[in-house]
Design a protein around this ligand. Sequence first.
Ligand code: BEZ
Length: 221
Amino acid sequence: MPGLLLGDEFPNFEADTTIGRIHFHDFLGSSWGILFSHPRDFTPVCTTELACAARVSDQFKKRGVKMIALSIDSVEDHHNWSKDVMAFNSDADTTLPFPIIADHNRELSIQLGMLDPDERDKDGLPLTARCVFVIGPDKKLKLSILYPATTGRNFDEILRVIDSLQLTAQKKVATPVDWKAGEKVMVIPSLSDAEAAALFPNGVTTKELPSGKKYLRYTQP
Ligand code: BEZ
């Protein structure tokens, strides 16, 4: 079964892209990275997604996250499609602010478990699903989300998740439902109250619950 699990080292693949041939680990350097795949160039949902990714690219840069897209067409198609994407953004004079990998023989899509068996091209070959991989500076997989080809992603949610990943990589906290950067976080269950008190100088508040168990502990990171 191809595919990657959280904590796996992300493959150091070689690929042709719109910025030339890359070795993925060299492309990432010591940065965080996001690789997001698209079913096909010149398709409607993909175009709206790539355009949104371009509009929020400064937000990824601010977080130190290098962006790269993937689709199963050629570099030449990617260059032409990128012009449509930027025109869709009414920004036709600017180039797409991140590269696109050309996976025309679907090698990477197979290796990374990215094919959507329900969506096929005119020759009956499966298209790529909408995968999101976030890779840490240690080159390990920190997050993977897999959407079918028929459902577009939400890049605000992906940025929100990256804020959580980067915070929880540094501090022994976890982020609750719908958390946004700057809000209170939860102390992770494996920390004792004494350890939490020592680690969080802003204090820890514990919510009383019917069970009497003191597991809902909040702090301001
Ligand atoms: C799209 O990007 O619009 C799309 C691509 C493949 C299947 C369905 C939708």
